[in-house]
Design a protein around this ligand. Structure first.
Ligand code: ADP
Ligand code: MG
Length: 675
């Protein structure tokens, strides 16, 4: 039996089970061993039955007193009851459709059971507990991720068989690294993780796999970057920007001026720019990008600006056109909704160089678009870009300058990982006159009062966004938004003009709803979270977010950034009906601060839902075991070692590195979904 043997030849696995494993992406014996336990059941300290907590999983040790024969119940299922007891109390076990488990339990023997103790008048019970003979000396049982038809016992058995039957376990990590970092070999580590006797062993095994995973990740990132670096650049002259500055309706903030200077310096340098422009929502990133685009155009180069959604692309096109058209720069919008003849015209304008700025979604890069001479690529809120789309960009142009804009503060280590040796400009200063958004956290009981307040704002000529509750199972976001508008908003605000925005709308309809809202033909916009980050409607003064506890703070902060763009006092109301105390505390934190960096820091430290690492927005391969937020020390070591190794073997082509090259390929091929 080899590492790459098809899993169906493993003892205990046939075609059916192989198909079940297949659903989890496991096709070979080696991949099975790469299935890391989610957690471990610790049978080592069983609780006396009398003091076992209700509804919290725990381990108990009890003797089997009697077993019932299976009873057929509705749905053709069979039910088995097993009576047990320890010195303190009795316990009834219930198993559905599992005669095998029941058969293994012998009357008169003691077992360790793990599960939730529940029950009422009839006494304590446990439903479908996992168990071990009390004499067993493996008190730590791995708990694996499962799929339909596969239970933990089946997976554990297969894993144990694989460990016993594998003749050779190849180790991609070079021996000197194992020595240097005191890591176990792959074979040892697998044993420690899958078949541990102590939690200490689990840790030792995990430590090795975390290192391996991060090392492979770093090698992959470095190899991908190396390919870019082989290209040539778009050299530019330091032409004056005074005409650009003169045309602006306001003066730049100090931070904007500094960022523009840094960018201009990069663009006239020898190597291409690779810069992250980081600034909170509303800090004025678009204008900084406009300066860069202007400089590129002065030098005879085209620029492309990519936004995450069509609405945003449309808005950027509009704003940039306002700023740049008077300076003689031709702006073209290319999105999925530009069709037919119009599309042909735009494509021709891009190919001929007549279009000097092309604004679109990232799809611009995957389409058959030919640029005449692309010199600058700007991306807005497109973290995925850092990793996936460089290859596409390289195919369209000779290594253009790259400016990545983000309102989410990206932790330095992650930024390095994603973008390589990138430089960072920070907009740490808001344009003048901006007031902080007053933020309140309320429960659903206050909803009627809140709508009273919305009514007053609308009567005063202001506009309101409401992000409606997250969709329930089986519901579409159209239904969710429509139900909220009709059943909640309409009765409370009968006179308001209410609009709906949701994911099922066609791009053109979305744009129409946004137009109506912008032109104040609507007072209130009920939206699912498709509400576009970055839309600019200065007359909107209130942002209401329902089910607020279910978002990460950074996401809430982004939504809040939709208001507070005009001169009037603005408000954000976070509504949550079912929040735990911890969730409430998170929301209260947001009420106390308007600073996006503080918010992101809090999110990172507290790991709320949708945090930066949890969500896939960074576009890195999914890691099985390492955690970029907490394993930063290992990440740094892995990075240093990866750089060293590639100095010696730049393409990982030497024979001893073949397993590493294969591991890199696997991690990036399987997971780098381009979109
Ligand atoms: P973001 O960084 O969130 O992308 P925007 O670029 O959309 O911010 O800018 C937010 C708003 O601030 C826009 O309406 C823009 O016109 C305005 N703005 C940008 N810079 C300045 C400035 N220096 N002075 C006044 N208003 C500005
Ligand atoms: Mg923006």
């Amino acid at each position: 039996m080899q590492w790459n043997t098809d899993i169906q030849y493993l003892k205990g696995v046939g075609p059916k089970r192989a198909a079940q494993f297949g659903k989890m992406g496991i096709a070979t014996v080696g991949q099975l061993l790469g299935l890391y336990p989610r957690t471990y059941i610790d049978y080592s300290n069983p609780t006396p039955l009398a003091s076992a907590p209700y509804d919290m999983p725990c381990a108990v040790q009890a003797e089997v007193l009697s077993k019932s024969a299976g009873v057929r119940v509705s749905g053709g299922r069979s039910l088995f009851k097993v009576q047990c007891a320890d010195d303190t109390a009795g316990l009834t076990l219930t198993f559905f459709n599992n005669p095998y488990a029941v058969k293994k339990l012998e009357v008169g023997q003691e077992y360790l059971f793990y599960g939730k103790v529940g029950g009422g008048f009839a006494g304590r019970e446990m439903i479908a507990p996992t168990f071990l003979p009390a004499s067993s000396n493996a008190p730590l049982t791995p708990v694996y991720p499962l799929t339909e038809g596969l239970n933990n016992y089946a997976v554990s058995t297969c894993v144990k068989n694989a460990l016993a039957l594998l003749q050779e376990i190849p180790d991609p990590l070079p021996e000197f690294l194992l020595k240097k970092y005191r890591l176990p070999t792959k074979a040892e580590a697998l044993r420690k993780v899958h078949n541990p006797t102590t939690l200490q062993e689990v840790e030792e095994g995990r430590r090795r796999f975390i290192f391996e995973e991060l090392f492979v990740l770093q090698l992959g990132m470095l190899l991908m970057r190396g390919r870019d670096i082989a290209e040539t650049g778009a050299p530019m002259q330091p032409l004056p920007l005074s005409a650009f500055y003169k045309a602006l309706p306001f003066t730049l903030t100090g931070a904007q001026q500094r960022s523009i200077d840094e960018i201009a310096e990069d663009m006239v340098g020898k190597s291409p720019m690779n810069r992250l422009l980081q600034g909170d929502v509303g800090s004025g990133k678009t204008l900084v990008a406009a300066a860069a685009i202007y400089l590129a155009a002065q030098n005879g180069y085209q620029s492309v600006m990519m936004a995450p959604t069509e609405i945003l692309a449309g808005q950027h096109a509009e704003t940039l056109e306002k700023t740049l058209a008077p300076l003689g720069i031709n702006v073209a919008l290319l999105t999925g909704s530009v069709k037919g003849k119009a599309r042909k015209t735009v494509l021709e304008a891009i190919a001929s160089g007549q279009a000097q700025l092309i604004v679109g979604t990232h799809a611009v890069l995957s389409e058959p678009v030919t640029f005449k001479n692309l010199g600058l690529a700007v991306t807005d809120e497109q973290h995925r870009f850092g990793v996936c789309q460089r290859g596409l960009l390289a195919a369209k142009a000779q290594r253009p300058h790259l400016l990545v804009m983000s309102a989410t503060p990206i932790p330095r280590t992650l930024a390095l990982l994603m973008f390589g040796d990138l430089d960072i400009s920070v907009l740490d200063e808001m344009p003048p006159g901006r007031k902080p958004v007053k933020t309140y956290a309320v429960t659903g009981k206050k909803r009627a009062d809140m709508f009273g307040f919305l009514g007053k704002q609308i009567a005063a000529g202001r506009q309101v966004y409401v992000v409606c509750p997250l969709i329930e199972e089986g519901e579409s976001d159209l239904q969710a938004a429509a139900a909220y508008a009709e059943e909640v908003a309409r009765p409370l605000l009968p006179k308001a003009r209410i609009g709906l925005m949701h994911g099922k709308l066609k791009a053109a309809d979305k744009a129409e709803v946004m137009r109506q809202f912008k032109q104040h033909e609507l007072d209130l916009l009920v939206s699912t979270t498709v509400i576009e980050v970055g839309v600019d409607v200065p007359n909107a003064t209130v942002m209401v977010i329902e089910d607020a506890e279910r978002y990460g703070l950074s996401a809430l902060h982004q939504l809040r950034g939709r208001v507070g763009r005009g001169a009037a006092e603005s408000y954000c109301v976070l509504v949550s009906d079912h929040a735990t105390e911890a969730a409430r505390e998170r929301l209260r934190f947001l009420c106390r601060t308007n600073d996006g960096f503080e918010v992101a820091k809090y999110d990172l430290e507290n790991r709320g839902p949708g945090d930066f690492f949890g969500s896939r927005q960074h576009g890195l391969p999914t890691l099985q075991i390492a955690d970029l937020a907490t394993d930063t020390r290992v990440l740094k070591a892995a990075q240093a070692e990866a750089i060293e190794l590639l100095k010696k073997d730049p393409n990982l082509s030497e024979a001893p590195h073949a397993p590493l090259a294969a591991a890199v390929e696997k991690m990036f091929d399987e997971q780098m979904v381009m979109n």
